[in-house]
Design a protein around this ligand. Sequence first.
Ligand code: SF4
Length: 869
Amino acid sequence: SARLARRLSWQFTSARLATGASAWESPDILPWNAWIGRLWEELRWSTGRTDAVLRSAQRRVLWQHIIESSPQRHHLLQPAAVANRAMDAWDNLHAFNLPIFPAGVFLNEDARAFRGWADAYRRRCVEDEWLDEAQLPAILARAVNDIPVRGARKVLLVGFDEPTPVARALAEALNGIGVEVVWQSPPRAVGRAIQAPFHDANAELLAAARWARRCLERDSACSIGIVVPGVSSQRVLVQDVFANVLTPLSLVKVPDGKQDVFSIAAGEPLTDQPLVAHALLILSLARERLPAIDAGALLRSPYLRGATAEAPARALLDAALRRRRDREIGIGAMLAEGKHAGGEGVADLLHGLGALQGRARALPAKQRAPDWARACSVLLKDAGWPGCRTLTSVEYQVLSAWRDVLADFVSLDGVTGAINFGTALRHLRRLAAERAFQPQTPEAPIQILDLAGAADMGFDHLWVTGMHEDAWPPTAQPNPFLPLPLQREAGMPRASAEAELARARRVTDSLLAACTDVVMSWPQQEGDTVLRPSPLIRTLDEEQPPLAEDARWVASVFSARRVSTFVDDAGPALAAGTEVRGGAALFKSQAACPFRAFAKHRLRADALEEVDVGLDAMERGTLVHSVLQQVWLTLGSQAELLKLSEAGIGALVDAVVEKIVGAAAQRRPQVFTMRFAAMERQRLGTLAREWLAEECRRAPFTVTGCEASRPFRLGGIAGQLRTDRIDTLPDGRQVILDYKTGHVPAKPWEGDRPEEPQLPLYAVTGAEPLAAVAFARVVRGEGAFKGIAAEPDLLPGVKSAAAWDELLAGWRGVLLNLAAQFERGHAQVDPRNGNVTCRNCDLHPFCRVHELGVAPEMDDGTDGDSHES
Ligand code: SF4
């Protein structure tokens, strides 16, 4: 492997340096595939052969193309995954020098399908004079006399657990022309190996990291291998654990470029690198709208020109776009909102997006891969990618890997022909996703790697994790496209349980003999499953290896603590005469939780909007408000309502609903599909008709205010109050109504911290005489008034207060107290009703309420104006 080749080069260099040498001839150390490629080039030059070897990307696309054009395509869910397995089958057959298929072998349906695809693949290769890399060793072995072997006459082959027949045949052919080919086994060390159980896989990893730290503390020149089977899939966890133990400062400090103490031999998909992920987003944006989350990520990308200078304005633009609540956002919307909300603050961004839009419009419908590669580079440049700040060393490597992806993409030309932009983007995305990226770094003393090749790396200490009986030996996984007896007879990898056991024994033996200090660890538990050690390590002594002190960052900070306690629950008081915006919402927040009021109304801390499918509860409620507002603006009074027949009310409601839904559909065309709009019309119409029937049962009234607002002042707080409805009775007194489309609290106005202070606030700050305040609960089948009145029978089901004036005076006192708290800067984290109050609050990360032992419940999303919202 490339990794082992690097390691051997490094060991050679270290050995030469240790002898005091200052110059030496570099050893010619290559991974197997590179060596085969070099031999092939030498053969080609000497014989003048013209056939080209397909690149990996070309092979994959060709296999997939053949499979997708075959009669079996209708039965396949994932042609790309099938193509990968078919390629494995092809490679194995060539590695074992087998035809497709030998006579007399029974073929099931899958094998017959594979034979058809392989025939098509071979035909295409012959027609276009292509060669497959799996065919090269056999071709080289046959034509070995034509290979002009230059330089060294001795070849050492290192790291081969069990060479394939075709590799052996090539080695023998080379031996036959005088090149000495030696299969080199790793030196066997005699030392002590132990097995060590740990509670679970996390504890195992942590112990391995602490053990490695101890080894290094005792001998800073030693080399340590940590084997984590399947390390690629656990890269993030492994990185976290080892960084925490070995380089705790890296968690709080940007690395200073010194050599890393550990490295993980596991590449990540190139698409996980932000530089490439953002490039792909730009290209997608040139073709189609992006999901709102991706559009936001792109706007805040550091890889666009002007990103640093315009960062705050671009973040605000992202917030503004989210408020549109569109699920998908295109360049047009970004440009429009940018000009409207961002202006000069995002000039560079707008310039880049404008250029991208112009260039995208001029793209042809179809062209060949090299033309698409050029077009993509130009589109990225137009958009201002990769930005103007200096790239880090890793980012440069990512950029270089991206260029390799483009080169791979160009090579697809012979296979794909002319394609459209969407297909070109799909190929690019897949090529980038399949390219494992790992930055080149100096050889680190601690190497974390998979099982393959670990025994040959020449470590001084070796720890192998995950040695439990369910994982080692691994289960057999024969290739579904090859007849099973054929795979077993040939001894193909993973073909049978016996073969896997034999291979696992060989690997275990070589790991145990890899150095003088070997630990084989295993987790005792995985979820609810109790695990036991692998039978292959049970003969080892069970022992706990020596570990370094737990030096994780959290542990060291915690152990160094000196606790001093002080209560900090107040911000600065409001300066006299300060106007605070917020109206009734401010009082509601202060009553619910003083910190919430301080954060929202003094610090303006608000969460970003989250875009979801359809309408949220608040939007649905707003539509109901709008319909009732329009109905009452049309009617004006209960008397007019009573004049209408049932059909007349229906016609009025239908007309209003049509208008409101039409306007909403214009604002949110992505949400209001034809079907969705029809459902909304039905919902709103039913709700409005039911509610108007409730209004008919009331004492007479005239509607004198719909969604009206007026200024108020209470204590030092001034603002605007908005009420859903004001009705005036024949005697001139007012009834204030607040529409609720969800839950109405049982006691909305009681106590020092009322849940719904809006109506009391309206009641105590108005000059007009008041007869009642109530919620109008507009809920299907449950419509009702809920409130309190100066006397009975003003509203159906609403009781009268025992002492109306005293009630209003009490409300006034409570609200003045809340106003005074807010003015003083009282900001205690004190949710009125514990986690229920926190449920619909988005400030958890800011107030850190969980540290007080209050675990916020999740919002169930069913209640648009919940009593604790
Ligand atoms: S999450 Fe709870 S404690 Fe925190 S500000 Fe909101 S209501 Fe207060």
